[in-house]
Design a protein around this ligand. Structure first.
Ligand SMILES: [Cu+2]
Length: 171
C-alpha cells in the first residue's frame, strides 16, 4: 500500500470538508498523486464556492451601539448557494437586514435567508441589504478592521477583514 492509498479515506474526508486550511492540504496531497487530481490542485486555493468582495463597516463613534456592514457576495457555484451564518468574535451578534420603504418610511426587516443565485451576486449596500453588527465586545484590529466569518450550507467557512470606512447616512 503506498502512501496515497493509505491516505485515501482521509483525503475524501478532507475533500468534503472544504475549509481553507483543508484546501491547502488537498493541494499538497494531490501534488504527489494522480494527474486527474492534479487538475484540482490547479484551482485557486480559495476553498469556498463564494467570495466576499469590497467588504467595509461604517465608521461610527464608540457610543453608537450598532454598526452597518456592507459587501458583495459572489458565487462560483452552479447551484443556489446559501450563507447560513455570519459571525465575529468582536461582536455579540450579527444580523442581515434589508431596508424597505413602507408608507413612505424606511424600515428594516431581518433577512431570514441569504441565497446567492448560481454564479450570481448578492450586494449589501447602504439603503438596501446590510449587516447589523451589534454588541461590540472588542475593538478593531490595529489597522481598524474587524474579521467576519461567513459559513455556507456545506459548512465551508471563510474569514474576511472588514475595514472601517467613513460614510454619510444611515444603514
Ligand atoms: Cu438593519
Amino acid at each position: 500500500m503506498n502512501v496515497f492509498q493509505s491516505m485515501r479515506p482521509w483525503l475524501s474526508a478532507v475533500l468534503f470538508h472544504r475549509s481553507r486550511p483543508c484546501a491547502a492540504l488537498v493541494a499538497f496531497i494531490v501534488s504527489g498523486a494522480s494527474t486527474v487530481l492534479l487538475s484540482l490542485a490547479a484551482q485557486p486555493l480559495s476553498a469556498c464556492d463564494f467570495e466576499v468582495r469590497d467588504p467595509w463597516i461604517r465608521q461610527a463613534p464608540p457610543s453608537v451601539p450598532v454598526l452597518g456592514g456592507y459587501m458583495t457576495l459572489v458565487s462560483r457555484s452552479d447551484q443556489p448557494l446559501t450563507i447560513v451564518n455570519i459571525s465575529s468574535e468582536n461582536f455579540g451578534s450579527i444580523e442581515a437586514h434589508e431596508t424597505v420603504e413602507k408608507d413612505g418610511l424606511a424600515t428594516m426587516r431581518p433577512l431570514t435567508k441569504l441565497v446567492l443565485p448560481p454564479r450570481g451576486l448578492l450586494e449589501f449596500v447602504p439603503g438596501g441589504k446590510h449587516l447589523m453588527l451589534m454588541g461590540l465586545r472588542t475593538p478593531p484590529s490595529a489597522t481598524g478592521s474587524y474579521p467576519l466569518t461567513l459559513t455556507d450550507s456545506s459548512g465551508c467557512t471563510t474569514t474576511v477583514n472588514f475595514p472601517q470606512r467613513r460614510a454619510a447616512g444611515g444603514h
